[in-house]
Ligand binder design. Sequence first.
Ligand code: ZN
Length: 292
Amino acid sequence: MPELPEVETVRRGLEKKLKNFIIEDIKILRSSTIAFPKNKVEFIRGVNNSKVGKWQRRGKYLIANLKKYSKSPKKNINPPYEDNGYLIIHLRMTGYFNWITTKTPPCKHTRVRFFDKNNSELRFVDVRSFGQIWWVKEGLDPKEIINGLGSLGPEPLEKNFNLSYLNKEFSKRTKSVKSVLLDQKIIAGIGNIYADESLYEAGISPFREARTINNDELIRLKNSIINVLKKSIGSGGTTFSDFRNIEGTNGDYSMQANVYRRAGKKCKKCNNLIQRKKLSGRGTHWCDFCQK
Ligand SMILES: [Zn+2]
């Protein structure tokens, strides 16, 4: 499942490849992928003839600014575009984009296809079909249309992800520290892989009650999260999973997981075996000796 580093990698790929991409045609192969507006004719009419501008990321959401050809361009304004809201995507479990410049027939998991006038294509493929696409038209607030986006906690790589914030959030929670890390309302963008890896690097057991984490441990955890995410973004964000970027390639594997999917293998610090157990439904990997 793509997490912050993977989604950031996709964002960078989209920004690089879709410079001046103007959507001239849209084919929706699976209606349920379009989350808003529910009416797919409205979606297609709304998004068509839009130029895709800057891409942002918030948590695991991808957000593109759209500009539409103005039907009645005001004089002296060049180019004749007007703001046309946002195209927003959540990849969920298995969604990914493919950037296609030579005609290729869609695979059976293709859900939505965006074309420009040269028939270059931005293709959204999603095996499990949990991925979602929204068009939030100009004047509407994306945070109000998309609940998950409106309730996101701070970005781990931004300033408001700091010790006093973490102290406040952790000290009032009895659930496990790992569950807190996975809660998008508390911290945006962390999923199973980076939760396990950050806790290992910080030497903290995933099963500890969040409120029992002391100040020094919280400093270690905060630094580990930042470090693990930055390293992974730096190596293409696709190192730990089979996730592909928009050009269909994987990360460079320069960074190997320490615990994730390493159950039964030796811990790189102490040589004891990495354990695996389910915690709130998620496979959790840790070293019983190194993580207290
Ligand atoms: Zn160990």
